[in-house]
Design a protein around this ligand. Structure first.
Ligand code: COA
Ligand code: NAP
Length: 273
């Protein structure tokens, strides 16, 4: 068994891996020697991410698809499989959409957008991945969120979608266990300098309120999440499946709902639009 994280020659596909946390995870695996593929909707983001991964020395590939479109996802997996020429050892599924909005302020389409990206998108990625996964031995990680188990004002759409994502994780851990495929969720807490955090806490005052509420006293970094993904996908974690792993500086232990309510109150007072 290796004595440190080493993914030399492993094939890693990060869906939604072109910015923020997921790109950080892709870069982590690139540094640890893996071949890395990424996918998201926008060609310019895919191109930039592939350049970044190549600069880290990785054999890298990118393709575009929208996780809401099952046929696009299927075609994307076929391309990634052609690039690797072998099976996928590690799959990270992290495409997501979020905006703060109360239930009464969302159109049906607004709700549908987030449910389709986060939950249905996860189904599309999981279903299309299975035929390409290394069996036995593959590790699948869904990127969830504290909203999956903590109700938060302005976040009902994300709460319900991510709760579903974690249930997909837990169910697939059972259904795919006999094939030797592990499936886990990583639950990032507030991660600094990311789209998700900037949307949820769009002012310095809101950012500070979140930071103050984290037991470890800081927001996380994308490297914190990359390191956790590396550990959970390594052979050191060979017996871990169906786990929902918070990587959040202890934030979810506080209930987090209190600070999110504070944020909601602040947002209520902010000008709309
Ligand atoms: N409040 C209420 N409704 C909102 C909203 C907000 N802040 N932002 C978007 N919506 C609504 C739109 O008005 C639209 O509904 P409508 O057609 O009834 O007007 C619906 O959501 C879809 O918006 P649209 O911009 O057409 O969708 P899209 O498919 O282009 O983008 C989103 C999807 C809305 C999730 C977009 O924010 C996105 O692409 N996010 C990805 C990045 C991200 O969220 N990163 C953080 C991850 S945690
Ligand atoms: P981000 O930078 O916006 O990352 C989202 C990624 O998903 C981008 O690469 C985006 O690229 C892609 N994407 C979005 N919609 C897509 C779609 N329909 N089809 C395919 N790809 C799509 O956001 P982030 O804040 O780093 O969040 C990353 C993940 O971490 C998400 O799953 C989020 O829920 C989770 N999370 C974040 C935080 C946080 O503090 N930021 C906390 C908890 C959980 P394109 O725009 O090119 O499609």
């Amino acid at each position: 068994m290796a004595t440190q994280l080493d993914f030399t020659g492993k094939n890693v596909f990060v869906v939604g891996g072109t910015s923020g946390i997921n790109l950080g995870v892709a870069c982590g695996f690139a540094k640890w020697g893996a071949n890395v593929a990424v996918a998201s909707r926008k060609q310019d983001k895919v191109d930039a991410a592939v350049e970044q991964l190549k600069a880290l020395g990785a054999n890298a590939f990118g393709t575009t698809f929208d996780v809401r479109d099952n046929e696009q996802v299927a075609a994307g997996f076929a391309k990634v499989s052609d690039f690797f020429t072998e099976t996928i050892d590690i799959l990270i599924s992290g495409a997501a959409g979020n905006f703060p909005a109360k239930v009464n302020d969302m159109s049906a389409n607004a709700i549908r957008s987030v449910i389709e990206i986060d939950l249905l998108g996860t189904y599309h990625v999981m279903q299309n991945s299975f035929q390409y996964l290394t069996k036995p031995g593959a590790s699948v990680v869904n990127i969830s969120a504290p909203q999956a188990f903590l109700p938060m004002s302005y976040q009902s759409h994300v709460c319900s979608a991510k709760a579903g994502v974690d249930m997909v994780t837990r169910t697939l851990a059972m259904e795919w266990g006999s094939a030797g495929v592990r499936v886990n969720s990583i639950v990032p807490g507030p991660i600094a300098n990311t789209e998700g955090m900037d949307r949820l806490a769009p002012t310095p005052q809101l950012q500070e309120a979140v930071t103050q509420s984290v037991p470890l006293g800081r927001q996380g970094t994308v490297e914190d999440i990359a390191n956790s993904a590396g550990i959970i996908c390594s052979e050191f974690s060979a017996y871990i499946t169906g786990a929902i792993l918070p990587v959040d500086g202890g934030w979810s232990q506080t209930g987090a709902t209190v600070v999110m309510d504070k944020l909601a109150n602040m947002m209520d007072k902010m000008p709309k639009g």
